[in-house]
Ligand binder design. Structure first.
Ligand code: TYD
Ligand code: MG
Length: 458
């Protein structure tokens, strides 16, 4: 075997360093460098893997390259298909990350048993025994007729099986337990995970088999695995499980074959994961009686609108500095809004604690939620509830102007569909034609908004 070389790789961003240092020079995080051993030549399995994409050394004109029909395979779960960009692409490598217990194994077992009706599938587990997998499949009542199951931890053995059986889809549960016999490093180490993933990626490209890798990730997201693999794989999907909630969201972080930021929603039941076709309904479970500090906004997730409830609590400071806490929202934007509200409308919350939250454990990264956040804070500050059928969206600028958001029409239609009859939206999002069933008020500045809200809560 070729002589091994020592190198250091950042667990967080995957950057290589020749010497150990306290801080990663690529992502500036501290104490993330881990020692790895790099063999001079990539480990080779006879006749299987020779290099990325078949080591093509010729140059071709872009226009002359023939496009092959990459027929996507539908997984049978439409929420997953949408996040993937329309199904699984043959020869692609998909990484599904999530905390232990999020439901990754459950999701993939459901997917693989469904897929096996159409194409041969292989489920490789290095964590659960054949018995445990079979037990789960029976309990969930899955059609398990055509799935091949193997308990393996060596990537080379997976390659041998794949070249022999030629499955269309291979699930690897999980990449953290995979290792390569040619690599001198402990199983589970950064070296093993990285080498195994690179090896399996070459395998996928050369055999045209789609490979789905499971990657465990901690709350901080820096366990050896997902982060260092992001550049190798084609798609990275995160399965999130909000604390205490039975709902699971599947979000695209990277996708070479489709849009990212698509959101799939599932519910964990006693019969496995069920798709939630109408996510607005779950984030909108509200009490009959409206309370101050609650308002609904429409966020845009990938290709569809979702209604979520924004809540705020404003309370007299109990000694010390005023607190500003945002859960599921951007904390810096919260501070910014308070400054704009003071400077442009003379509403000061300097002696108040402000807490903001998205109900149901959802996360809203969009600036379109600005207006709803402000309105909920104002409502809590005034201690007056807003109308139950009100929906609010729009972005707030530093000069107190209300800026337009994309897909205004579709957002309004979604709100109307769910029974909302009045909306506060940016001026530039005025619908071209009135939308039946919803009365739309347009806003140009923050003072317009506070005026409109003040009349509503009287
Ligand atoms: P699992 O798929 O094993 O998680 P992961 O592979 O991401 O670690 O899911 C484990 C959790 O899901 C466990 O806490 C129990 C729960 N669960 C259900 O609630 N219902 C079910 O039908 C199944 C299979 C699991
Ligand atoms: Mg698992």
């Amino acid at each position: 075997m070729a002589k091994a070389k020592i190198a250091y790789v950042c667990e967080d961003c995957g950057a290589d360093h020749s010497k150990w240092q306290g801080q990663c020079s690529a992502c500036a995080r501290w104490n993330t460098l881990k020692q790895i051993t790099v063999s001079k030549h990539a480990p080779v399995v006879e006749g299987v893997v020779t290099g990325f994409s078949g080591a093509a050394t010729t140059v071709q004109n872009l226009a002359d390259i023939r496009l092959e029909d990459s027929t996507r395979v539908q997984t049978g779960l439409s929420e997953l298909d949408r996040v993937l960009g329309g199904g699984l692409v043959p020869g692609s490598v998909v990484l599904i990350g999530g905390e232990p217990g999020a439901g990754k194994s459950t999701l993939l077992l459901q997917v693989v048993t469904e897929l096996a009706k159409k194409i041969p599938c292989l489920y490789v587990s290095g964590e659960e025994s054949h018995q445990q997998i079979a037990e789960r499949a029976r309990r969930l009542g899955l059609p398990d007729g055509n799935v091949q199951v193997a308990f393996l931890t060596f990537a080379e053995h997976v390659a041998e099986l794949v070249t022999k059986e030629r499955p269309g889809v291979v699930i690897i549960d999980s990449i953290q337990v995979m290792q390569m016999s040619g690599v001198e490093s402990a199983p589970g180490s950064v070296t093993q995970v990285r080498e195994s993933a690179a090896f399996l990626t070459r395998l996928a490209k050369q055999t045209g088999t789609a490979i789905v890798l499971v990657g465990h990730i901690t709350k901080e997201g820096n366990l050896a695995g997902p982060k260092i693999l992001e550049h190798i794989i084609d798609c990275f999907l995160m399965l999130d499980s909000p604390a205490g909630s039975r709902f699971r969201t599947l979000r695209g972080i990277k996708n070479r074959f489709g849009a990212v930021n698509e959101l799939g929603v599932f519910a964990m039941t006693d019969r496995g994961l069920r798709e939630v076709k109408n996510p607005s309904a779950i984030f909108l479970e509200r009490p009959q009686e409206m309370t101050p500090g609650s308002v609904v906004t429409v966020t845009w997730e990938g290709t569809r609108p979702i209604l979520v409830e924004i809540q705020a609590l404003v309370d007299q400071v109990q000694g010390g500095y005023p607190k500003r806490v945002a859960v599921g929202l951007d904390g810096q934007r919260l501070e910014m809004h308070l400054a704009v509200m003071h400077r442009h409308c003379g509403v000061s919350l300097a002696d108040q604690d402000v807490f903001a939250n998205v109900a149901g454990g959802a996360r809203v990264a969009e600036t379109a939620a600005d207006l709803a956040l402000l309105v909920s804070i104002f409502s809590s500050f005034q201690n007056k509830a807003l109308p139950k059928d009100l929906v609010v969206f729009g972005e707030l600028g530093l000069t107190g102007e209300i800026r337009p958001v994309p897909n205004g029409q579709e957002r309004l239609r979604e709100a109307q569909k769910h029974g909302f009859t009045q909306a506060l939206v940016p001026q530039a999002n005025r619908p071209r034609a009135p939308i039946a069933g919803i009365e739309v008020q347009t806003m140009a500045s923050l003072s317009d908004v506070l005026d409109a809200v003040s009349t509503m809560i009287q």
